[in-house]
Design a protein around this ligand. Structure first.
Ligand code: ARG
Length: 583
């Protein structure tokens, strides 16, 4: 990382200028706020003024006297109160680009201390509709996992499916009533729309007291492991799983299902464990943990209930058991939970209990990664024209069909003919990428408005814009009959034009962008990087002829184009987005 290299040079200069006590001082290197002043800036002089009792500009001068950076930068300049500006030398950029030309990781280092990390994401609920919140969790969680994996961490992707709870009593009782044959046929029956079954069962439950009793008994039977009930439960899970898998296939998501039921055998243990730590207090027969910083509207302390007065356990109990299992059995050093911001309190409470109980030790981390809502046009809840909740599969399929319409009208305009295979593949890739990118390019903590028109536009910060930049490079290779992998023996990179320099610098910052995503778990940083890259490439391409240029510019520009395409491909893959050779 260039930033890291500059940092090291400044660290050395600080020690040389002011002695060993500054050995640990962070030199505060950042990308220049204004490209007019250079590429990076060092802001340390201002923050040291007090400590060293010297004027910032004097400090900056002393740093420069001791700074060894000529190979890398033009003469550094002091500006304003004491900023030090660094402008990278073309010769240095040329050398660095040459290094990444043959590197499949494009200069992105592996993590220095790879960790075992659990990413808990997607996690829909059995027999309920997977909604747009789960879509966000799936897309964001997958991207975070991809980035962590690329940095060579050992990532366990877990789908914490809601497959347990009292609602199953109602579902099983209803299933037995309306579909008795489901329990006796050898081949699993297609139960059709589970969500409808759920609704009808719920209605039956609300209207009929006798049915309520049957449902309650079913819960007990299920928990006791009675064969029929367990079978019915499995049937329901399987049916939901099929529907979820359809979405995961479309989105290319890999996940290990480990639902709430998995932790069932550990629920009593976790409560006992908390009791041993003297963390439990009884309140109206319920077992609770009282926490700091959580109060209700009246200002009374709010408890986290881990066992209800009827003996049942809660969502939080399961999460505590899961946390313990993941830290102890999976040996996770970090657990990342990707859910909507509505669950922030839940996780804050669970984490606090886990810390108090000594489950999360100093070298371990549990992190909630919250995200905002997806809204329909007009900023309201997203729904169909009839006012129903939108099914995810319909939403994705509509994105694909919209992408197809766009493509077909472009084909007519351009008088192009393409095969059905080509059209359906492009439509699928563009449609799915557009949905993913629209989600990931937002700062995840904010709400965003879901708009097919916006996400499918060929210009602006959209997937199609980025895919198109990639296609442009492939077009160069087709037109000039260029094999990027074999550009010849001693190819040179020469950076003369401003747009070439700007593109080159940006290409060398991929690793900075990725490390930032890894640190803050904000995939939108990578989107911004890729958007800038596409814009800078397009500016370069408008200004600099490639195939028509004379040598050595021609080969050099081909390398720049190829590096752009490879960077786009790699960066997009970390967002879960596939590229196209033509579109
Ligand atoms: N099933 C939950 C829901 O739909 C999300 C679970 C998130 N993960 C967790 N460990 N609590 O809201």
């Amino acid at each position: 990382m260039i930033k890291e290299e500059i940092k090291n040079r400044f660290s050395k200069a600080l020690v040389k200028a002011f002695g060993d006590e500054l050995a640990e001082e962070n030199p505060l290197i950042m990308p220049a706020t204004n490209p007019k002043f250079g590429d990076y800036q060092c802001n340390i002089a201002m923050s040291l003024a007090k400590k060293l009792k010297q004027k910032p500009r004097e400090i900056a001068t002393k740093i420069l006297e001791n700074l060894d950076i000529n190979d890398l930068s033009e003469t550094p300049k002091i500006a304003g109160p004491g900023f030090i500006n660094i402008t990278l030398k073309p010769s240095f950029l040329q050398e660095k680009l040459k290094n990444i030309q043959t590197d499949t990781r494009l200069g992105v280092e592996k993590a220095q201390h790879p960790q075992k990390i659990v990413v808990d994401f997607s996690s829909p609920n059995i027999a309920k509709e997977m909604h747009v919140g789960h879509l966000r969790s799936t897309i964001i969680g997958d991207s975070i996992a991809r980035v962590l994996e690329f940095r060579e961490n050992d990532v366990l992707r877990l789908n914490h499916v809601g497959d347990w709870g009292t609602q199953f009593g109602m579902l099983i009782a209803y299933l037995k009533e309306v579909y008795p044959q489901a329990l006796t046929t050898a081949d699993a029956l297609d139960l059709g729309d589970l969500v409808a079954l759920y609704k009808q069962g719920k209605k039956r439950f609300d209207e009929d007291e006798k049915f309520q009793e049957t449902a309650r008994k079913e819960v007990v039977k299920l928990q006791a492991g009675e064969k029929d009930s367990v079978y019915a439960w499995q049937l329901l899970c399987q049916q939901s799983r099929k529907a979820f898998q359809e979405i995961y296939n479309l989105l290319d998501i890999k996940l290990t299902e480990r639902g709430e039921s998995f932790y069932n055998p550990f629920l009593a243990d976790i409560v006992e464990f908390l009791e041993k730590q003297s963390l439990i207090e009884e309140n109206d027969g319920a077992k609770c943990v009282f926490l700091e910083g959580f109060t209700n509207k009246q200002g009374d302390p709010l408890p986290l209930i881990v066992q209800k007065s009827d003996g049942g356990y809660n969502y939080a109990t399961t999460d505590l058991a899961a946390l313990k299992y993941r830290l102890e059995k999976d040996e996770a050093q970090r657990i990342i939970y990707v859910t909507d911001a509505g669950q922030s309190n839940h996780f804050a409470m669970v984490f606090q209990v886990a810390k108090k109980a000594g489950l999360i030790k100093d070298n371990m981390e549990a992190i909630h990664v919250p995200f905002g809502l997806v809204l329909g046009e007009g900023g309201k809840r997203i729904k169909t024209r009839e006012g129903e909740t939108i099914r995810l599969i319909d939403l994705l399929e509509k994105a694909i069909s919209r992408a197809r319409e766009d493509l077909e009208s472009r084909l007519v305009e351009e008088n192009r003919k393409e095969s059905e295979d080509f059209i359906s593949n492009v439509a699928k890739v563009v449609g799915i990428s557009a949905v993913k990118y629209a989600d990931l390019s937002q700062n995840r903590t904010s709400n965003y408005i879901f708009s097919y028109d916006k996400m499918l536009a060929l210009s602006g910060n959209t997937a199609p814009y980025m895919l198109y930049a990639y296609v442009r490079v492939q077009g160069i290779s087709r037109k000039g009959n260029i094999d990027f992998q074999n550009l010849g023996e001693d190819t040179k990179i020469v950076l003369g034009e401003e747009t070439e320099l700007v593109l080159a610098k940006h290409l060398l910052q991929l690793s900075e962008a990725i490390v930032e995503v890894e640190k803050d778990l904000l995939p939108n940083r990578l989107c911004e990087y890729l958007y800038e890259l596409s814009k800078k490439f397009n500016q370069f391409y408008d200004r600099c002829p490639v195939l028509q240029a004379d040598e050595p510019q021609r080969t050099s520009r081909l390398i720049l184009s190829d590096l752009t395409a490879r960077t786009l491909k790699l960066g997009l893959s970390l967002l879960g987005i596939e590229v196209l050779e033509r579109m």
